[in-house]
Design a protein around this ligand. Structure first.
Ligand SMILES: NC(=O)c1ccc[n+]([C@@H]2O[C@H](COP(=O)([O-])OP(=O)(O)OC[C@H]3O[C@@H](n4cnc5c(N)ncnc54)[C@H](O)[C@@H]3O)[C@@H](O)[C@H]2O)c1
Length: 354
């Protein structure tokens, strides 16, 4: 490996933008190649990426990459990660790690067997406001955490693959609520020592059973409960019925205090605009009237530090932190599917996850 790590990105749209931007901010990276369908010339031109492919396997064969970022549809994460690991590359997978529990576990096991690192991209674990929140919890500022509420909600996915249960793995539970699930595991799970022992899931049924999105085969509304071994609980939400911009919030209730964080509407910039302006926050459909535009959305949501952590681990040959690693990613997929099971049978599901 040279002093810069050579990065290949698979996918060239929404998530690929914040991966490219975040890597660009790290001095020890080189954006070496990108693969997407159709061939992503425009994306490569924008980011100055010299090698462009329409087949990620050809990219893996021809480029000597150190790290591959998977920013492709959920059902492809498994095959891309295995191919990258077999080519000797470290891997960053976007959320969810995979669409099925078997695929997620296989990704973890194959990467381990091949001696490459598998990073799970839960950006919330690196969001500055949520890191500060957990540092206050760690110093005892709100006593012992008893209960967490966390949600990611907006008005519907921009990606055709995410509307289809087969290519998404489900609906908004796996696609949005996986963020609060992953972060709650990080916040209450004591790095895997405090297991989730029971979950409850409640969702719409997709298509005609949805509130609003009758063309989505996955659910457009989901709620979940996570019960931890130490008795602490979490209530998580993901839905596509929330208009007005992406709503990412957490609340932590402790024996000595309460802590609340707002990742998306918490900007310290406030604007009143009659004509509107270019961009406010993800999924907001107007910039007229009073708005609170993000100052640095990729930093606020955690992507910049999440990917810097992956680069630093590769550079220094360190294992990912628990909250950036494959075990967390696998546990999230296991919990999501246990919640789907709970929804199906109309009862709580017991297990041991984390
Ligand atoms: N962490 C987050 O907050 C966050 C936000 C958005 C998306 N994501 C995740 O990122 C991933 C991509 O989502 P997105 O929103 O960028 O989707 P998108 O629809 O905007 O882009 C998907 C990209 O995948 C490419 N692609 C499709 N099939 C391919 C193939 N066979 N080989 C190579 N490339 C292929 C497409 O060309 C496109 O560039 C998903 O797993 C999603 O869950 C994460």
């Amino acid at each position: 490996m040279t002093d810069k790590i050579r990065i290949g990105i698979v996918g060239a749209q929404f998530a690929a933008e914040f991966h490219a931007d975040s890597y660009r901010r790290h001095p020890a990276t080189e954006l070496a190649a990108v693969a997407a369908i159709p061939s992503p010339e425009e994306f490569a031109g924008k980011w100055g990426i010299p090698a462009v492919y329409d087949d990620y396997r050809a990219m893996l064969d021809r480029e000597k990459l150190d790290l591959v970022s998977i920013c492709a549809p959920n059902h492809l994460h498994h095959d891309i990660a295995i191919a990258a690991a077999e080519a000797g590359c470290h891997v960053v997978s976007e959320k969810p790690l995979a669409t099925t529990v078997d695929d997620a576990r296989e990704m973890r096991d194959v990467c381990r067997a091949r001696g490459v690192k598998l990073f799970y991209g839960e950006d919330w674990c690196f969001a500055p406001a949520l890191r500060r929140a957990l540092s206050i919890v760690d110093e005892g500022g709100i006593g012992r955490p008893l209960y967490v509420k966390a949600k990611e909600c907006h008005n519907g996915t921009h990606s055709p693959f995410a509307k289809d249960k087969k290519t998404c793995g489900g609906g908004c539970l796996i696609h949005l609520a996986i963020h609060p699930i992953g972060w709650v595991l990080h916040a209450l799970g004591k790095q895997g020592a405090n297991k989730v022992v029971q979950v409850i899931g409640h969702c719409n049924g997709g298509l005609e059973d949805n509130f609003v999105h009758h063309d989505n085969s996955g659910e457009d509304f989901a709620l979940g409960v996570m019960v931890f071994e130490d008795g602490s609980r979490a209530f998580i939400e993901g839905n596509y019925i929330t208009v007005g911009g992406m709503d990412d919030k957490i609340e932590i209730y402790g024996t000595e205090g309460v802590l609340k964080a707002d990742l998306t509407f918490g900007s310290n910039l406030t604007v009143y605009s009659r004509p509107g302006y270019g961009y406010c926050i993800e999924k907001a459909d107007t910039t007229r009237g009073w708005t609170k535009p993000a100052v640095d959305e990729f930093l606020n949501l955690g992507y910049v530090d999440e990917l810097a952590h992956a680069v630093d681990c590769v550079l220094r040959n360190r294992e990912p932190a628990y909250h950036a690693g494959a075990d967390l990613g696998v546990a999230c997929v296991e919990i999501v599917h246990a919640m789907y099971r709970s929804n199906e049978i109309g009862a709580a599901v017991a297990g041991s996850w984390g």
